[in-house]
Design a protein around this ligand. Structure first.
Ligand SMILES: [Zn+2]
Ligand SMILES: [Zn+2]
Length: 132
């Protein structure tokens, strides 16, 4: 199989966009995939050839998870509500900017914070009822 652009040159690979055969000079590598000249333009213009990956870690989601985990052990009655606020803020930020990563962390923070907060409330109620 020869290159579609250079009939005298042997093709080295296929374009990830149009699946035609091209030589090494014609193919360019974008995010680990190889494209020909015309498909490269589409890939760079954000056509759905390559899904844009979430690459920027969301600081708010990391903080939410940290607060949620620390809150299990101490000051949960204060830290868990903060974790919940930060997690919902993180989810909003991620929804607006698809390049932000960390929706999994935000979800984990919500689950941990909710459970831990309930345990803290139950613990306080038990202490209060026992004292009464
Ligand atoms: Zn192509
Ligand atoms: Zn070529």
């Amino acid at each position: 199989m020869n290159c579609k652009n250079h009939p005298a040159v042997l093709a080295t690979d296929r374009c990830a966009g149009c699946a035609e055969s091209f030589c090494g000079d014609c193919l360019v590598s974008i995010q680990g995939r190889r494209y020909c000249g015309s498909c490269k333009v589409m890939a760079l213009n954000g056509q759905p050839v390559v899904a844009r990956e979430a690459t920027i870690p969301c600081k708010e989601a990391n903080e939410a998870l940290t607060y949620a985990i620390i809150g299990i052990f101490c000051f949960g009655i204060i830290l868990e509500p903060i974790a919940l606020v930060k997690a919902s803020k993180a989810k909003k930020m991620i929804a607006m900017n698809p390049q932000l990563a960390g929706s999994g962390k935000a979800t984990a923070a919500v689950i941990i914070a909710t459970v831990a907060l309930l345990l803290w409330i139950i613990g306080i109620l038990v202490r209060v009822t026992q004292a009464a």
